[in-house]
Design a protein around this ligand. Structure first.
Ligand code: AMP
Length: 398
């Protein structure tokens, strides 16, 4: 069966088409700048064939029409007939407390997804638009929602409740939810295979370091804590997000700068993090170049970034009473030699003997970067779309 995986953002739709008989990705691409001038679809096929199409794409429905057309196109496509696509799997950012696992989309589920909008006003509406567009274009095709939050739903209450009046949790659902769950789940599964041990016997720390960054303490296959919270702003330093911040510091800034909620929101989510500290860039590659050129604020941003990763490794080893392995994934985790080096330095006391030479090897493969120590250090490229495709295939009974 072929499964189409969609990740619908506010102005883009990313997609992948999988052949589930061999877990193979046949084609992947993105429609960018939806609703703006210069919309463009770019696609790459498994045989390396690439195509780029510019056009007026006004909304998500039109974007998905373009995607289906290119997948079916005799010149650039990979499918002969639309009926060969058996289901669509959607990435949905926030499932609140209602969704503890992937789910087949029904009218009741749609109603509940709308209720979750309040928790993720920037992300869930776009995810819902993608689902609605598919429903209009292919009304009989089963659709599945796979949630970023679901993997963290077994966190204990003492890890997810904030020190706020409890009534606010009950009233507004203000608690820690965690995100990137699909990625944490995928790399934890792979790490167990690499370690050749059952997942339900090991203690892992998974570090998803990309534009957004989060870590999870995965104890016997269960996420027992994670760095992102009520929103994806909490925790590690990110490209443009603050990560952990004293809430009273934000109140102080709001009062001194006389800014409103909207500006405060963009301050902590769009102008902070690597970009805010360095003043140079939100992109780790550029931060590394600036560090090489002796830019002291870029070095400070890099140091804060790695210090927080290292600090949470220590915290999560304590949370789990032990550690069998740490996994790095995401654009930074998979590629940045210096970030891994600085984050792992000095962790010998946790039984983690990091190997600088193995760490420096450039590779796209899963690999160990330690000296065969008690706790292992691993790099594992993430594959969230494959998890979405597998969950979708399972739920539609393929
Ligand atoms: P992602 O959101 O997973 O695509 O990751 C994006 C982040 O990965 C950006 O900060 C990039 O600068 C970073 N990144 C990608 N490739 C490299 C690389 N070779 N070295 C350092 N950082 C990288």
């Amino acid at each position: 069966m072929l499964i189409l995986v969609l990740n619908s953002g506010s102005s883009s739709v990313k997609y992948r088409l999988f052949d589930m008989t061999e877990d193979k990705c046949l084609a992947w691409g993105i429609v960018d700048r939806i609703g703006a001038r210069g919309s463009v679809l770019t696609q790459e096929r498994h045989d390396g064939h690439k195509v780029k199409l510019a056009g007026e794409i006004i909304d998500h429905q039109q974007a998905i029409e373009y995607i289906l057309a290119i997948l079916l196109s005799p010149n650039h496509g990979v499918v002969k007939d639309r009926s060969l696509i058996g289901a669509v799997g959607h990435r949905v950012v926030h499932g609140g407390e209602k969704f503890t696992g992937s789910t087949l989309i029904t009218p009741e589920v749609m109603a509940q997804l709308h209720e979750c909008i309040e928790l993720a006003p920037l992300h869930n509406p776009a995810n819902i638009k993608g689902i609605q567009a598919c429903h209009s274009l292919m009304p009989n095709l089963p659709q599945v929602a796979v949630f970023d939050t679901a993997f963290h739903h077994k966190m204990p209450d003492y890890a997810y409740i904030y020190g706020l009046p409890y009534v606010l949790y009950k009233k507004y659902g203000v608690r820690r939810y965690g995100f990137h769950g699909t990625s944490h789940r995928y790399v934890a599964d792979r790490a167990a295979l690499m370690l050749n041990r059952p997942l339900n016997e090991i203690k892992l720390i998974t570090c998803h370091l990309g534009n957004g960054c989060s870590m999870a303490a995965v104890d016997k296959g269960v996420s027992v804590d994670t760095t992102m919270g009520f929103t994806p702003t909490e925790g590690l330093l990110m490209g443009t997000r603050t990560g952990d911040l004293d809430p009273a510091a934000l109140l102080h800034i709001i009062s001194r700068e006389e800014i409103g909620v909207g500006e405060a929101n963009s301050l902590i989510n769009k102008h902070s993090g690597l970009l805010g500290v360095s003043g140079a860039s939100n992109d780790m590659r550029e931060i590394e170049s600036e560090v090489a050129a002796n830019n002291p604020r870029a070095l400070l941003a890099l140091n804060i970034f790695c210090y927080r990763v290292k600090k949470y490794i220590g915290a999560y080893a304590a949370a789990m009473n032990g550690l069998d392995g740490v996994v790095f994934t995401g654009g930074i985790g998979e590629n940045s030699v210096i970030v891994r080096q600085k984050s792992f330095e000095g962790l010998g006391f946790l039984g983690l003997e990091f190997d600088a030479e193995l760490n420096a090897v450039k590779s796209k493969e899963e690999r160990f970067i330690d000296r065969g120590s008690k706790a292992r250090a691993m790099v594992i490229p993430t594959n969230e779309e494959l998890v979405i495709a597998r969950d979708t295939a399972e739920l539609v009974g393929a």
